[in-house]
Write a protein that binds this ligand. Sequence first.
Ligand code: GDP
Length: 296
Amino acid sequence: MVLAQLGGSISRALQQMSNATIIDEKVLSDCLNEISRALLQADVQFEMVRDMQSNIERIVNFDDLADGHDKRRIIQQAIFNELCKMLDPGEPSFTPKKGKTSVIMFVGLQGSGKTTTCTKYAYYHQNKGWKPALVCADTFRAGAFDQLKQNATKAKIPFYGSYTESDPVKIAAEGVERFKNENCDLIIVDTSGSHKQEAALFEEMRQVSEATKPDLVIFVMDGSIGQAAFDQAQAFKQSVAVGAVIVTKMDGHAKGGGDLCAVAATKSPVIFIGTGEHMDEFEVFDVKPFVSRLLG
Ligand code: GDP
């Protein structure tokens, strides 16, 4: 996994710093340059890397650190905190409550893993005693409804969609209405991920959102797209109120930078990651354990 390379490079830089006999500005600057290089190689945006570096340099001020201070530990802590900050916008996302109806709208480009992730999200909650339901509001891609239907049937989750209706807004509204009446507590709306024209896709997202009044909009992105995540996430954020991110394909060639960019663009936390094609290959994402693991 490429993400492991990022972790490996960062921990090597920290190790080199730790091995130095005297920790001075030069040692710190070498270490930060190494880490910055690793982050850039992992497709993290230049501005984010630059901010991280200058924040650490500000925190670890050698003039203020008396000899008695454990500089290694202070530097390590500062780096850990900055990496966490990059992945944590500080605002927790809306958390649905079991037994109380929540509408969750999923957005993302075609191929990002959106439909698979909708089912994983439903399945995860169903296993915890929730009553989820899936609505297929993707009328653009042929086969979208069949795919959702197949996944939903396999997981024994109720679903709603149409082979004939071409208006995604109508289907979304009808599906949400039906499952509200059936007392489902987690109504998940899957949406289109492509259109003849990009502007039409974003307008459609705005309309589906207006019709379904989601409690949370989740942006789904492929973990391997790197810096492109920033523009993609920002484009969705401009049309709907994205409140959380799910990064898929973290089992593949994800370099890690993409999620950092999406968090920065949407100012929303990553809440889950997809780690495979199967329904149960889905993990809750927690920043601190993730960064700890990254640093080995
Ligand atoms: P959508 O067009 O965004 O709805 O994407 P799909 O849900 O159809 O997924 C596109 C492809 O990515 C499918 O082949 C999925 O099986 C695959 N996929 C989705 N999530 C993951 C994941 O976490 N890991 C891997 N390896 N494949 C995934």
